[in-house]
Structure formats: C-alpha cells, structure tokens
Design a protein around this ligand. Structure first.
Ligand code: CA
Length: 531
C-alpha cells in the first residue's frame, strides 16, 4: 500500500523532523511596551535629552540590536495604538478609533494566532481596551488607566490590590510568569505593558530626588507661538502654560499664579496621591515640600512660571522613565541568568510619542514629529547585527505581522501592515512603503485636537485638518521642528499636489472612507471663537 511505501515513510519522517526542529527553534518574544514614552527621552535616539542619560538599559538593548529611526504610529492615542497592534489593522477597520471605545475582542488578533501556532501567551499591566483580553494563557491587567501607587489588578479570577509602585509590580508579575516558562517545551510571547510614563507622572519613591542636582535642557520650541500653523494648533488645550495644572500635574503648592481651571484639567494626580499609604505619602511630601516652599518664595509668573512647571514636569517624567529603564534591566538580566537570552527576541516600544515641552505642549494626538514617533528597538540574537540603525518607514501597523512571522505562523491577508522580519535580517524589500498614513479622530474632545489625517514620507509631511479644511505641509529635512508651514509656498506646489494624490491613494488602499466631515460655518464659529 502506498501509505507504507518506504519512500513515503521517509518523506513523512523527514517532514516531522523539520517541523520539530522548527518548533524548537522558534524564538520566544518579550514585548516591553510603555505608555507615552517619546523617543527623544531615550538616550540612543540622540534627542535633545540624551545628555541626561535617561535610559542606560534601553540603550544597552539598542547596542545589542536594531533601532528604528523612522517608526510611527497610525493614530497617536493610547487605546487606538494598542488596538492597531492587536489586529494589524488601522483604527477604522479594527473599530477602536478613540479612547473610550470598547475593543471587539472577538475579532482576529495576533495573540490568538500565536496561541494557535503553539505559543504560550501572557500580558501584565496596562491593557486599556475596555473589554477583557482574549488570546492569552495568562493575563493580569490594570483596569482603565491604572494607578501609580498600590494599583488594583484584574485577572480572570477577580481583582487584587498590590502594594508598591506600578512599574515595579508589572515587572514582578512579568518575571513570575517568565519563571514558569523556563523549562517549558513551548515558545512564549510575553507583553509587559507599563502605565508609566503616562500622566500624572508619579515616580517611584526611590527616584523622587533623581536629577535634582543636574540641569535639564529646555526644548528649543518651548515658547512656540504657532504663527505659521493652520488654525487648529492655536486652539489646543494641552499647553504647559494654560493647561498643565500646578497641583494635580506638577504636585506643586497652592500659589497665587497657579494655572486657572480649564476644561482639559486632569485630577488623576490628586486621586493617585490619595491612594498612597501614610508611609509612602510621608516620603513623597518630604521630597516635594522643600522644593514647593522655594516656589512660594519666588513668586513667579509668565514665562518664568512656565519654565518652573516645565522643569517639574520633565523631571518627574524622566524619573518615571528611570523606573521603566530599571524594569528593562531586570528583564534582560533575568533572561540572561536563565539562559533564555539566546533564543528570545526582546522588543521595546511605546504606544506613541509625547510632547516634552516641545511647541509648549505636553500630551500627544497631533501628527507632529514628537507625538507621531514611536520608539522601536528590537534584539534578535544571532540575526540582527548589534548596533544597527534602520531608517525605513515602519508603523505599529506592522507589529502583529512581525510577531506572527517571527513565530513562523501565517500572516492573514486582511492585516494591513508588513512583517519587519526582512528588515531585521538586514534586507529592505524594494517595494517597501514610501509613506505612512495617519488618522486622528477625537474632536471636539479632551485637549481639543482637531481631527486630521495625513501622510509622512522620509522628506515631507502633509496634514489635512478636514473638519476645517485647512492644510499643513512641512519639509522635514530643512525644518525638522516643523515651524514653517510651506503649504502655500509656490516652491512646493508640485510636491503638495503629488502628495495630495498619494494621500487619496493611501485612503483607498487602506479602505478608509471616513475623514470627510467638514464643519458648517456655524460649527466653525463655535470652535473658533478667537478667530
Ligand atoms: Ca499613550
């Protein structure tokens, strides 16, 4: 009988051997993901904060692997970025277009597909998608935004408060799960997802006085007056001057010149302080009270008060980043101590960038560089040459495809990004994308960032605030800070026309037929009272 023909048997045995070799060879994946960590707050990205040396462990990761210089999100806001990563699809197709949406967990996601391919999967920390995670063997997540101190965690078995600082606890949970995988036959994928350095920027107690004794630079655009922008940026509610609260954001003192109450005020800092134990609060106050007393004596106002708030903000932000960096160090040391480092791919990324006083702002959402950029650093031992810097245009849209490709699992046709595996191997496909597509949806809403879509190439950026039908165009090589909107400059007329055509093609290719709602003159007047 054919089934027992010696040749057939040998072929079957050979195929079986190959697949078992492949199974044994499939790498583990440790995906470390943070919230609002801008690339320019990572040393190896060489931004204006690099001299502070904010991230020695993440820099170590970069020196062992590949750093993506042109890495961008599709929609610069927390939940939507995570939904894009889960699905490999733009927001309008995965259904999670704005924070507050509920993620449809029944849809196809990469963790489910990895699990089907034989991986063990886990997530610890921030999830932020409104519905329970699916596709994980283990999950223990922060409800909503989560708390910095003594956070509550949710898992299939219920909720539990764990005392300590959130970054440390999320790392502890990740390490405990990794410990269980050390002798497992199955490859694994862990998502270690931090709350930090998200607002309200509350560092661990051991970091409260870090950076007190050094000068931190200020961004060149701290006092940008937006004279060249289209009108939307002038109407934002995310400025250090008018919208960063001296008490709930900066943990400063009651003060005559404090920030006036504003619609985008966030009281999570005050709520988080109330969650501290008396002992934690005593240490916190001991660190901040003397500095706050200094401010009371100075009686600052105007630009000097903006500077004070910026310096309080950036120090607390970088202190939160220090906690993250220590977490990365702990995870790397664990993998190395257990002999897992040779067959584990480690990825560091964050859901989007962040304004660190750039253009006078905090928060994200805009398609400007500081907020559009995502850090992306990957080590693949034995494959990616150490210290590689890649400049191809990549997006969070590519992560799901990459994870599946790394696991040698099929990538579904309906995913919209591309696997980064060829890039990790050092070869950029000749048909790699020449532009990225972006679409932000929350307006009118918190922080008042008008809806916009646009594209970015390696050289240029085109943005359409379609509700107001206003455009911006930047020559990024000549003007990396995006201070000169060249949309109406005749010198760029041909390029603008060409890029408008390409934007229309991208919308078609990605099947995005939203983004056409233009305000009536009445609506326009309502949202532009100051002209
Ligand atoms: Ca975020």
């Amino acid at each position: 009988m054919a089934l027992f023909h010696p040749q057939t048997v040998s072929v079957v045995v050979f195929v079986a051997c190959i697949s078992s070799v492949l199974a044994a060879d499939r790498p583990n994946i440790v995906f470390i993901f943070t919230d609002d960590h801008a690339p320019h707050a990572i040393g190896s990205y060489n931004g204006w904060l690099k001299d502070v040396n904010p991230t020695p462990n993440i820099d170590r990761l970069a020196s062992q692997g590949i750093l993506f210089q042109n890495s961008f999100c599709t929609n610069s806001i927390c939940g939507p970025s995570r939904a894009v990563i889960q699905t490999g699809k733009h927001s309008h197709l995965n259904g999670f277009m704005r924070n507050g949406n509920k993620f449809d967990g029944d849809q196809q996601t990469f963790p489910k597909l990895l699990r089907k391919a034989g991986y063990r999967t886990a997530i610890t920390g921030k999830w932020h998608l409104g519905t329970d995670p699916q596709g994980f063997d283990y999950w223990k997540i922060l409800p909503g935004q989560g708390a910095y101190y003594n956070p509550v965690f949710r898992s299939p078995t219920g909720t539990e408060m764990i005392e300590g600082h959130c970054t440390d606890i999320v790392t502890d949970l990740a390490l405990a799960w990794l410990e269980e995988q050390v002798n497992s036959e199955q490859p694994f994928m862990l998502m270690c997802q931090h709350k930090a350095p998200h607002r309200p920027w509350m560092p661990a107690l051991r970091h409260l006085n870090l950076y007190d004794d050094i000068d931190i630079p200020e961004p060149a655009t701290l006092f940008d007056n937006y004279e060249d922008n289209a009108s939307p940026l002038r109407h934002h509610e995310m400025g250090i001057d008018r919208h960063m609260d001296l008490i709930s954001d900066c943990f400063g003192p009651e003060f005559p010149n404090r920030t006036p109450t504003n619609k985008s005020r966030d009281l999570s800092g005050i709520r988080n302080l109330r969650k501290m134990t008396p002992a934690q609060r005593a240490t916190w106050d001991a660190a901040f009270d003397p500095k706050n007393n200094e401010l009371r004596k100075l009686s600052l106002s105007g630009r000097e008060l903006v500077r004070w708030k910026y310096h309080r903000y950036i120090r607390n932000y970088l202190r939160c980043v220090k906690g993250i960096d220590e977490s990365v160090g702990r995870l790397l040391n664990f993998l190395s101590a257990k002999g897992l480092d040779k067959n584990t791919i480690v990825i560091y990324s964050s859901d989007q960038g962040f304004f660190l006083g750039d253009h006078g702002l905090f928060d994200k959402r805009w398609m400007y560089e500081e907020s559009l950029a995502m850090p992306l650093i990957i080590t693949w031992p034995g494959v990616t040459p150490p210290g590689t810097v890649n400049t191809d245009l990549v997006q969070n849209l590519d992560y799901a495809e990459t994870f599946l490709d790394l696991a040698q699992a099929p990538v579904p046709d309906d995913m919209q990004g591309r696997s980064l595996v060829p890039l990790l191997n050092g070869t950029t496909p000749t048909d790699w994308r020449k532009s990225i597509y972006y679409h932000y949806y929350e307006y009118p809403s918190y922080h008042m960032v008008a809806r916009h879509n646009g594209l970015r190439t390696k050289k240029y950026k085109l943005i359409h605030f379609y509700q107001f039908d206003e455009w911006e165009f930047y020559d990024l090589l000549e003007d990396p800070d995006e201070l000169r909107n060249q949309y109406s400059n005749p010198r760029y007329a041909d390029i603008v026309t060409r890029l408008k055509g390409r934007l229309a093609s991208l919308k078609k290719d990605y099947r995005d037929d939203s983004g056409t709602s233009r305000f009536t003159p009445q609506q326009r007047r309502k949202f532009r009272p100051a002209g």
